[in-house]
Design a protein. Structure first.
Length: 104
């Protein structure tokens, strides 16, 4: 689960990304999930678009994909969404650390 600070940092990185996958009329299926999982392992942060002829909206598709492959949703805007999953082998993105609270 991402904190709001981490999510904000990832949103700023995703601004320049182009969608590399599309969810179409058939929705999300096993082949898509495998490709998305492989892309997340390589890139950690990806943007996906949902086509107009898809029966589910972007939020539904985002949650279905994230639940199936163990990713974290970062942002859903219109017909596009961004997801993140830390790479198991070669992590590229260093998330900001939470500041420790000082109790006086």
């Amino acid at each position: 689960m991402l904190t709001s600070k981490e999510r904000s940092f990832l949103r700023s990185l995703a601004n320049t990304l182009d969608p590399i996958f599309q969810v179409g009329k058939e929705g999300v299926h096993e082949d898509n999930l495998k490709e998305i999982s492989d892309a997340l392992e390589a890139r950690e942060l990806i943007k996906i678009s949902v086509l107009k002829n898809c029966l589910m909206d972007a939020r539904e598709a985002c949650h279905e994909i994230c639940d199936a492959i163990g990713a974290d949703p970062v942002q859903v805007i219109g017909s596009k969404f961004v997801i993140y999953r830390k790479s198991k082998e070669k992590s590229k993105i260093e998330l900001p650390k939470a500041k420790k609270r000082r109790d006086a």
